[in-house]
Design a protein around this ligand. Structure first.
Ligand SMILES: Nc1nc2c(ncn2[C@@H]2O[C@H](COP(=O)(O)OP(=O)(O)OP(=O)(O)O)[C@@H](O)[C@H]2O)c(=O)[nH]1
Ligand SMILES: [Mg+2]
Length: 342
């Protein structure tokens, strides 16, 4: 049995895996630990938990950056350019992806691998695609664990990519210190296309593809976003996001993005807001996990199956009020839990 003193060792995913292997920055050990935490098997899960527990004091030292935006906006290309820039200024970089479409289709990361080819070849880089199965909440939950493992492995910056489809952006915004929204150069129509809720999540907006024929358009788009933001941003509630533009293919604008991210995080850290933000995120993730586990225990309790089915139609067909049916479910579940605890 592993202990908490940093000599935890868990195994069965290709041999012995120790907390020290992760701390020392061993990439294969890190990859295996993430695989362990993504596993559906209960024994793997509890082993991953033991490992994470013994590494918890090694986490929290990285800058956590979310990169989001609609399909095709240039996220992968941006991450490659930005990642290479970060390496150039001496930072080590881990890239994690949360891709709900790959969760459904079984993975489309092949394209990304080629897009991040140069980055993937670098020494101080770790790239991890999203797990190929599971509900969105689950994918993002695993990403949180993968992020903590990367932190324990000592990466300076963690980039978390997600494709913009509302829900996944919310989940990623709740993992990171700074949430960067990438947007296309385009007219007012594009501005309408991005949901206001998503813009409100953004700490920084970056117009991509500001090169060649798009240069002028990108400049106008940035100006449009700036004026839109000054209207929707409520005064006194956090910092109004900066709007920048960049060209990932030409590698321009990376310094500006990094400086904006750094000054944003610096201001958060100085005011104590960063610690509070992370505390609240951890709290929300805990309650989310509780909710998910309680629901799955309830739905998988054999003694409940017939009752759940009956009350489901009773509520739907108006024989019982939803709240009366819910009370009945909870009472029965309490009874079933007590029974199985005996
Ligand atoms: N001109 C120009 N094209 C770019 C730039 N960045 C990305 N592109 C192009 O835009 C297209 C999409 O880029 P990706 O990086 O794959 O975009 P993505 O947001 O990761 O796309 P998904 O993962 O499919 O959502 C590709 O054809 C890129 O070559 C840029 O800075 N300038
Ligand atoms: Mg991509």
């Amino acid at each position: 049995m592993a202990k908490d003193d940093g000599i935890a060792s868990v195994g069965r995913v290709g041999g012995l895996l120790t907390a020290e292997d992760i701390r020392s920055g061993d990439r294969r050990a890190l990859a295996r630990a993430i695989t362990l935490s993504e596993s559906q098997r209960t024994d793997h899960k509890s082993e991953a938990e033991i490992l994470l527990k013994s590494l918890l004091s090694d986490t929290g030292h990285s800058m956590r950056i979310g990169i989001s935006g609609p399909p095709g906006v240039g996220k992968s290309t941006f991450i490659e350019a930005f990642g290479l820039y970060l390496l150039g200024i001496g930072k080590s970089v881990a890239v994690l992806a949360v891709d709900p479409s790959s969760a459904l289709s079984g993975g489309s990361i092949l394209g990304d691998k080629t897009r991040m080819e140069r980055l993937a070849r670098e020494k101080d880089v770790f790239i991890r695609p999203s797990p190929a199965a599971g509900a969105l909440g689950g994918v993002a939950y695993h990403t949180r664990e993968a992020m903590l493992l990367c932190e324990a492995a000592g990466f300076d910056v963690i980039l978390i990519e997600t494709v913009g489809v509302g829900q996944s952006e919310m989940a990623v915004a709740d993992l990171v210190d700074v949430f960067v929204l990438l947007v296309q150069p385009g007219g007012g129509d594009d501005l309408q296309g991005i949901k206001r809720g998503v813009i409100e999540l953004a700490d920084l907006i970056v117009v991509t593809k500001a090169d060649g024929n798009f240069s002028e358009l990108a400049r106008h788009t940035a100006a449009d976003y700036r004026s839109a933001l000054s209207i929707i941003w409520r005064r006194g509630e956090g910092l109004q996001p900066e709007v920048l533009s960049c060209s990932a293919t030409e590698g321009r604008g990376m310094t500006d993005v990094w400086q904006a991210v750094e000054s944003y995080c610096g201001a958060l850290a100085e005011s104590g807001e960063l610690a509070r933000k992370r505390e609240n995120q951890a709290r929300r993730w805990m309650w989310r996990a509780v909710e998910e586990n309680v629901m799955s225990a309830l739905k998988n309790e054999p003694a409940m199956a017939a009752l759940l089915e009956r009350l489901d139609s009773d509520a739907a067909e108006g024989r019982k009020t939803p709240s009366a049916a819910a009370s009945e479910i909870l009472a029965a579940f309490r009874g079933a839990s007590e029974e199985s605890a005996k």
